[in-house]
Structures are given as structure tokens and as C-alpha cells.
Design a protein around this ligand. Structure first.
Ligand code: PRX
Length: 658
């Protein structure tokens, strides 16, 4: 690893020795026990393409069966199951109508406490009506539809309706700003936008329609219609040329809509995510391969069974909300829970009350939420009956051993398995995780790859490092069905970002990892300029571009610093045009810049710290020394040689001393 790599939680990782074996009670009923896991691994090791093909045949319904497993003729643009035809919505809905038609598919709870339940039959009917509505507007196979919705059941309905007719959805998180929405609509060339008048969060209305109007104002010429779901009922601006109410679109449509059978490789969705450079990239996922991993991973990792109530707290705007709210659990005929609002409304017991009221059995959330709930005190979970829970999960960022232990002790009552799942927007589904009925867990480790997933730790030259107790770059060495297919409209960037570094041999994850003496993996953090703030990915360059678009800012450099709850916080070093602000002026300008970033990207990107300086530390060739800035942001003593800087005197000022 270069010295520029973040140290992450390396020391606590090396110090962590605790091991928790699966409980015999869990193992007894588990879908996959140690013997079954060993058999899966052996099968995959012998023939990974045959392994995935078998699972694809067994767990997915195909209208036209495939004969090709993997097509690697255009590697690294791998394709799976190419001559098969299927439909994601038919897999999630139609095939359950016989046996599970009256089973709840979605239990929805709004922030105000309103509860609504959709059975599989009702969900199917609603999805069909919207799908017919989309068709009546001329939307069909391959058209892009952007979804900018609150976290409600209708968001899932919108995704399923697109999938049903072969339209490609691109969900934009409701917390993103008008400007981020505009960029994504334009990059995707979307014909339709589905939004809502607003959403409810933290006791407020999130003004989605207003942001959508702003995004479309003078831009997004490809948009022909905007469908508006009425969630809050508060007044919104109306554009007669574009806008249609969701309820009007559905009112006249039949509750039957035959699925469009698409090729396995047909794009199911685009999802924009941050990289090191440039604007967010549209990660393109397939239909068939994506569904295979999303479906099977639910069975292996969450031990999903017929009686489960599965609550994944992720918003549908993120990949976790795609694979473990919308597609994976529904393809398995499970009951999912969707909660619209904030975890602390009306008080810090809300999550635990939801688990109690809906008898949630599987709870899957992010370390940032666990740390925030932990800080609120053990008395909150203690007030509620959490005995329905049988499995806990974590995703999105490294979980520190302390948070893991709290989750284990206070939520899991020391009896529930915890699955720490490592994966990415690009991987489509979970890649590394314990199998709860088979794998002993260690606090802070995602343990080992799932069957059929092959990873290595490689050095700077891309050479696999053999043995254990080693660290380096994490790569995936064999293609897997749910891997991203390309970056929308920019295949060269796909190859450059994920493959070129090590000669197109491996998928380069962009994370550094440590493999311990037992062969367990510990994710240490990103090796690129991507931050992970509260489990959300942000490119440092995106935040820098947002800052320099403010008229007062001359130059900006953004780094991450460790944060107790968020994992990482945004720290910005800024030089301004004119005199460097001090005192009250600096405080006022910092606030203005934070609001400016929120407007440009979204509130999640607001810098926690902004430090003004006369200059940024640069090498003589003009490169900003990020490693130095990271040390300063952490408040570390600067011991490295700064004499090679063009402007060594600037260090004291950046430290807030000058
Ligand atoms: O750095 C890793 C971290 O999140 C990144 C992927 O972010 P995103 O595409 O937004 O997907 C998040 C949800 C799947 C990874 O490169 N990450 C994700 N899960 C873990 C993790 N880091 C450590 N442990 C995890 N379990």
C-alpha cells in the first residue's frame, strides 16, 4: 500500500480477538449450515459458471431458458445468461400470486404513524396499473425513467412498474438537490420523471416537487411528463404541459399488464454513484444476472424464510434499497417493512417500536445508524419487546468493534447472529458476509466471500499476496452475475475505473483490506478519493466542484476525517478571492458555503469543517498534498518533511495556528 492510504481502523482490527460461533438453535433451522456451505463452496470452486447457472435456473423464472452461462468474448464487459429472457417484476410478483397472493408483501409505516399493508395480489395490481399508465404515455422498453420519491411503498411500485415494461429506472435519492437531480436526468436522457408532492422526514415536509420543478426549469429537455404521487397534500406548483397526478394516471388503467420479457442483459436500472473524478457515474445493472445474486444472497446471508418480516432501513435511492428492499426480498416472496421517516421521531425509541409493532425478524441497517442509536442510550431499546428479531445485519461502511458489540449485546441480547455485509453499488449484491448458520463472526470483519465470489489481496503491482495476515488492494478475480455491466454512456471510464489498474485481470474494488490469520477479511477503507459519510459515498472532487462554484471561492481541497457517528466527515480547506476571512466573517462565510454545497449536491455533502487559508499545500509540480491535509484534518502532529512543498509556511495556517 502507498503511504497515502487511509489507516482506517487498522489498529483496532489487529487487536480484535473475539469470536462468536453461531448458536445451535439458529444452526438447527438455518437454510445453510456449515456442511451446506462447504458443499456450495466446493461446487463453485469446481465450476463457477456452472454453479451460477444452476442457481439461475433454480431460483429465477425464465420465459426463455438460457443455454449460455457466461459470455466473456468482450471481457471485461462480461455478459451472463445472454440467450435467456425474463422479467424482474414477474419474478418479484406474478410467480407468488398462486401460493402467496394474500401474504403481505409490504408493511408500510409513515413517519406520522400511518400504516398500510399491501398483499402480493394488491401490489401486483397497483404495479400493473402504473405500468399500463406508463405505456399510455408512450414509455416502453429501454426508455429511462427517473424516480425521485420519498421512501414509501409507491417508490417500490414505481420501480416494479418500470421493470415490468422493460423501462430502465434510475432512482435519485430524495435527499439530493435539484441540481444533482438535473445532472442525473440529463446524463440518463430520461423521458419521464416520477416524483411526489413531498415526503415526510424529521417532522418536516421534504419538498420533492419543488426541487423537481427547479431541476427541470430550462433544462432536462428529454423529459416529456412528470408523474406526481400525492403523499403530503400540501400545495405545489403545477405545470399543465408536463405534470400528471399519479392517482389520475392509475384511475383508468386495468390491473393486468403482461410483463415485457427482456433479454437477461437488458438493463434493469442505472444508479448514479460517486467516483474519484468527475460527475457521478451511472452504474448500469442487468436484469437476469442482477436478479440471481440479489435473490440467492437473501437466502444465504439473511436466511430468509417464509415467516420473516424483513426490515432493511436503506432508502430506495441507494443500491441497498434496490437489492434488499425492492428486488431480493420480493423475488423470495418475503414480507418487507418500509418506514418513511427519521429514526428519532417522535423519540429515540422509534426504530425499536417499529420492530415490536411489526414483529420484525430481520433488521439490516448501517453502522452510522447503530452508532447514533447507541449514543442515545440502552434505555431506548430496553423499553420495547425485540423478541421477534432473529438476525441482525450491517452494511455500507466498516463497523467498529465497539458498535458491533453494542448491537450484539443490546439489540441482539447476545443470542442473534450479526452479518456484516461488504459490497458496493457496482457489485449489485452482497459479496462478503458471514453465513449466519455456519460462519463464526468477529466484531468488525465481513469474514469471507460468499460461495461463487473469489477475492484476492494484491500489491501495488497487482500480484496476489499469498498467505494470511497480509494487507493490500481488494480485487474480485472471477466475474459474477450481478456485476455492473458498464458506466452508462462511458464504457471507456468503466474499463479505466475498474479494470485497467491491474491489466484488466481483476475487478478493482477501490477498497483496501487486511486478511487475518484465519483468512477473514477486514475492510479498511477506500484507496481512492471517495469518502464514506454515514454510509453514503461522496467524491471529494464533487464537493470541491460545488465549493468552487461559489463566487467567493478560489480553490478548495476536500478530505475525510474520522467521525464518531458518521464514520467519516467532510473537511474542506478553502482559499477565497480577496482577503482571507477571519472571526465572524469566517463563520458567516463557512455557513454560506455549507448551504451552497447542500444546494449543489444535497445535505449529506455539507462539510463539517471549513478552514480558510491563503494557500493550499502543493508540491513544486502543483499537486495538492492530500495526505498532509488528511493529517491536518485529523489533528495529527505533522512529522513528515514539508520542505518539498512549494509553500512550507502554509502548514501552520492550515492547522489553524496562523
Ligand atoms: O468502502 C466500502 C464501503 O462502501 C463502499 C461502497 O459504497 P456504496 O457503493 O455506496 O455501497 C454501499 C452499500 C453496499 C465500499 O467500497 N462498504 C460497504 N459495505 C461495507 C463497507 N466497508 C466496510 N464494511 C462493509 N460491510
Amino acid at each position: 500500500m502507498s503511504s497515502d492510504q487511509p489507516a482506517g481502523n487498522f489498529q483496532s482490527v489487529l487487536d480484535e480477538q473475539r469470536v462468536f460461533a453461531p448458536s445451535p438453535a439458529f444452526v438447527d433451522k438455518a437454510r445453510v449450515n456449515a456442511d451446506a456451505l462447504a458443499a456450495l463452496r466446493a461446487e463453485a470452486a469446481a465450476d463457477s459458471v456452472g454453479f451460477w447457472s444452476r442457481l439461475a435456473r433454480e431460483h429465477i423464472s425464465w420465459q426463455t431458458p438460457f443455454t449460455v452461462g457466461l459470455d466473456d468474448s468482450a471481457a471485461p464487459n462480461y455478459r451472463w445468461f445472454t440467450d435467456g429472457r425474463t422479467n424482474a417484476s414477474a419474478n418479484c410478483l406474478d410467480r407468488h400470486l398462486g401460493a402467496l397472493g394474500d401474504k403481505p408483501a409490504i408493511r408500510f409505516e409513515g413517519e406520522a404513524g400511518d400504516v398500510r399493508i399491501w398483499t402480493y395480489r394488491q401490489l401486483h395490481a397497483e404495479v400493473c396499473k402504473l405500468a399500463n399508465g406508463l405505456k399510455s404515455l408512450g414509455i416502453g422498453k429501454g426508455d429511462r425513467v427517473v424516480i425521485y420519491m420519498p421512501h414509501t411503498a409507491e417508490a417500490v411500485i414505481a420501480m416494479q412498474a418500470c421493470a415490468r415494461i422493460g423501462a430502465v429506472h434510475s432512482v435519485v435519492f430524495g435527499g439530493f438537490s435539484a441540481s444533482s437531480l438535473r445532472d442525473r436526468i440529463e446524463d440518463a436522457g430520461a423521458r419521464l420523471l416520477i416524483t411526489a408532492d413531498g415526503g415526510r422526514r424529521g417532522g418536516n415536509i421534504v419538498e420533492l416537487k419543488k426541487a423537481a420543478d427547479e431541476a427541470l426549469d430550462g433544462a432536462c429537455k428529454s423529459i416529456e411528463h412528470v408523474i406526481v404521487f400525492q403523499r403530503t397534500g400540501h400545495p405545489v406548483q403545477w405545470n399543465d404541459k408536463l405534470d400528471l397526478w399519479w392517482h389520475d394516471v392509475l384511475a383508468t388503467q386495468p390491473a393486468q399488464c403482461d410483463p415485457e420479457w427482456v433479454e437477461a442483459e437488458h438493463p434493469l436500472f442505472l444508479l448514479y454513484t460517486s467516483g474519484s473524478t468527475g460527475k457521478p457515474k451511472g452504474i448500469q445493472h442487468s436484469t437476469g444476472g442482477y436478479l440471481v445474486n440479489a435473490t440467492v444472497s437473501c437466502q444465504w446471508v439473511f436466511d430468509l424464510q417464509g415467516s420473516d418480516v424483513f426490515w432493511c432501513t436503506a432508502d430506495i435511492g441507494w443500491i441497498t434499497g434496490h437489492s434488499y428492499v425492492t428486488y431480493g426480498p420480493l423475488a423470495n416472496g418475503a414480507t418487507i417493512l418500509i418506514y418513511e421517516g427519521a429514526p428519532t421521531v417522535p423519540d429515540a425509541g422509534r426504530f425499536w417500536k417499529i420492530i415490536q409493532d411489526h414483529k420484525v425478524t430481520i433488521f439490516y441497517t448501517a453502522p452510522t445508524a447503530i452508532r447514533a442509536l447507541m449514543r442515545l442510550g440502552d434505555e431506548w431499546p430496553a423499553q420495547y419487546d425485540l423478541s421477534s428479531l432473529r438476525l441482525l445485519g450491517s452494511v455500507g461502511e466498516p463497523i467498529n468493534p465497539e458498535a458491533w458489540m453494542w448491537y450484539h449485546r443490546v439489540v441482539g441480547k447476545e443470542r442473534l447472529p450479526i452479518v456484516d455485509t461488504w459490497w458496493q453499488t457496482e457489485t449489485g449484491a452482497i459479496m462478503m458476509s458471514p453465513i449466519p448458520g455456519a460462519t463464526p463472526t468477529k466484531p468488525g470483519s465481513c469474514t469471507q466471500p460468499l460461495p461463487g465470489i473469489f477475492v484476492e489481496v494484491v500489491d501495488e503491482a497487482g500480484t496476489p499476496i499469498q498467505g494470511n495476515n497480509v494487507g493490500g488492494y481488494l480485487v474480485i478475480t472471477k466475474p459474477w452475475p450481478s456485476m455492473l455491466r458498464t458506466i452508462w454512456g462511458d464504457n471507456a471510464r468503466y474499463i479505466k475505473t475498474y479494470w485497467e489498474q491491474f491489466g484488466n485481470q481483476y475487478y478493482v474494488a477501490g477498497d483496501s483490506t487486511h486478511r487475518d490469520d484465519d483468512g477473514y477479511y477486514w475492510i479498511l477503507g477506500r484507496t481512492d478519493d471517495v469518502l464514506n459519510v454515514s454510509g453514503h459515498r461522496l467524491g471529494t472532487m464533487e464537493v470541491e466542484s460545488a465549493l468552487v462554484s461559489h463566487p467567493r471561492v478560489a480553490e478548495a481541497a476536500v478530505v475525510g476525517r474520522p467521525h464518531e457517528v458518521k464514520g467519516e466527515a467532510v473537511f474542506a480547506f478553502v482559499t477565497v478571492r480577496g482577503k482571507r476571512p477571519e472571526g465572524d466573517e469566517a463563520v458567516a462565510l463557512a455557513k454560506e458555503l455549507r448551504d451552497h454545497v447542500a444546494k449543489q449536491i444535497g445535505a449529506i455533502a455539507k462539510p463539517d469543517d471549513i478552514r480558510f487559508a491563503d494557500n493550499l499545500p502543493k508540491t513544486r509540480s502543483g499537486k495538492i498534498m492530500r495526505r498532509l491535509l488528511r493529517s491536518i484534518a485529523k489533528g495529527e502532529e505533522i512529522t513528515s518533511d514539508t520542505s518539498t512543498l512549494e509553500n512550507p509556511g502554509i502548514v501552520a495556517q492550515l492547522q489553524g495556528k496562523g
